[in-house]
Design a binder for this molecule. Structure first.
Ligand code: IZC
Ligand code: ZN
Length: 429
């Protein structure tokens, strides 16, 4: 494999210095930008990052060997990382959206058998092949928007058989698609209709059968619970997350989205890697998250799409919680794949600065899925996942909102998006 030399980016946004731990407070604003910056890549790994002069000197006797990409006038960043998605599902729910536009509430629709239950029905009826194909379209779109790693949750199977089918589809996407897919088990997304008469039995099923089997098959790294009034209580969430811990599945939690419910506190208590949503998290919960280093994954696209006020990002950042951003891509509350749009919303609706939003969608997002040492910044030794945006500075990625500025994506040292098209669809080929 020839070395790849990306040269003279107007802004090379490196995010250097956050590999060991996520960035907090004012550190989230220091993007370590190199003007006229270049990157040398060998065998899929970044080997040098610096000014073009510096690297041209250092590799003077090897310039002929390398494939060169001219990044003049462009902004180059680490591949974006989406640490909270419900990528793998079948069907869509635009009818529910129009009901919500007419005034119906998200929870109301779910309690009437729609919402998550509707997608569960469609997902159960779909073959693994159909799930794979439908989700692959979305994964292509993620990549075209600059995302090179996504987390993907199960949670639309809600039985051992169908949860495993969903996780198998995610694994196959990871194995065959340029985007890396990191799996989370979310058996506790909703109580399925067949257990409605005995929700506690469903919790026991998750703990005694699903978690051990998912772990045995190596199909997930994380274990998540939708902890919300009317879904799973904090006590149920604690039991489920502790059970996962025993099987090596790191806890995550959908916390305090619709009501204050003790989710942030629970995240700190069980040592969750992240607590996500946090629109209604208590001050005490936020304080404990900061203390334990629990990452707050914020989802302003969801608040936007549910027409509610977004999370208070400033309160979290000021308290010292490391903040990450995610799309929450799902058919009910956030049917988008555009992490750059979510970054714009983070600025507009949560008063994050563009610098904080950039850190939150790269290095901090990587930490939220246990990948901070591998991706999320441009530093020697890291995987060569990069995006070239057709704008002269990173602020414009968000300022010109709702526009896809991605010109090129490099994944593991290979050009996988060029001229707005996914080029190489087979991993490692
Ligand atoms: O399908 O509605 N919030 N889970 C929790 C979701 C949204 C996904 C959905
Ligand atoms: Zn979610």
């Amino acid at each position: 494999m020839r070395p790849l030399f990306i040269r003279r980016a107007r802004q090379l946004v490196t995010l250097a210095g956050g590999s060991a731990a996520p960035l907090v407070k004012e550190k989230m604003s220091d993007l370590h930008i190199i003007e006229n910056g270049s990157v040398w890549i060998e065998n899929g790994t970044i080997t040098a990052v610096g000014s073009d002069d510096e690297l041209a000197r250092r590799f003077a006797d090897r310039l002929d060997e390398a494939d060169v990409i001219d990044a003049r006038g462009k902004t180059v960043t680490p591949g974006l990382i989406d640490p909270h998605t419900h990528l793998v599902y079948a069907g869509s729910r635009e009818r529910e959206w129009t009901m919500r536009l007419d005034g119906a509430a998200y929870m109301e629709i779910m309690n009437a058998g729609g919402g998550i239950h509707a997608t569960t029905k469609a997902t159960r009826e779909a073959s693994e092949e159909t799930l794979y194909e439908e989700s692959k379209q979305r994964l292509d779109q993620f990549l075209l928007h600059g995302v090179t790693t996504v987390e993907a949750k199960s949670g639309y199977g809600l039985s051992l058989e169908h949860e495993i089918k969903q996780l198998e589809a995610a694994k196959r996407l990871h194995d065959t698609h340029p985007v890396d897919v990191v799996s989370t088990f979310l058996g506790a997304h909703a109580v399925p209709p067949e257990w409605k008469h005995d929700p506690d039995e469903y919790v026991r099923l998750i703990i005694n059968e699903m978690i051990p089997e998912v772990s045995r098959r190596g199909l997930a790294e994380f274990n998540d619970v939708f902890c919300e009034r009317g879904v799973f209580t904090p006590d149920e969430a604690r039991r489920i997350l502790e059970a996962g811990n025993e099987y090596g599945l790191t806890p995550k939690i959908h916390a305090d989205e619709i009501e204050p419910y003790g989710g942030a506190e629970l995240a700190a208590e069980v040592g969750a890697i992240s607590a996500d949503h946090l629109l209604r998290a208590s001050d005490e919960g936020v304080r404990r998250m900061a203390e334990r280093g629990v990452i707050g994954v914020l989802l302003p696209g969801t608040a936007f799409f549910l027409m509610t006020k977004a999370a208070d990002a400033r309160r979290l950042i000021d308290a010292g919680v490391p903040v990450a951003l995610a799309t929450d891509c799902n058919p009910g509350s956030s049917p988008t794949v555009s992490l750059p749009l979510v970054m714009s919303l983070a600025c507009l609706h949560m008063r994050m600065t563009p610098a904080e939003a950039m850190a939150a969608a790269t290095i901090n997002a990587a930490h939220a899925i246990g990948r901070g040492h591998l991706v999320g910044s441009l530093e020697p030794g890291k995987k060569a996942d990069l995006v070239m945006f057709n704008v002269p500075n990173y602020v414009q990625i968000m300022y010109y909102y709702g526009v896809n500025h991605v010109e090129m994506v490099i994944k593991g040292g290979e050009v996988v998006v060029k001229d707005g098209k996914v080029r190489n669809e087979t991993k490692g080929a």
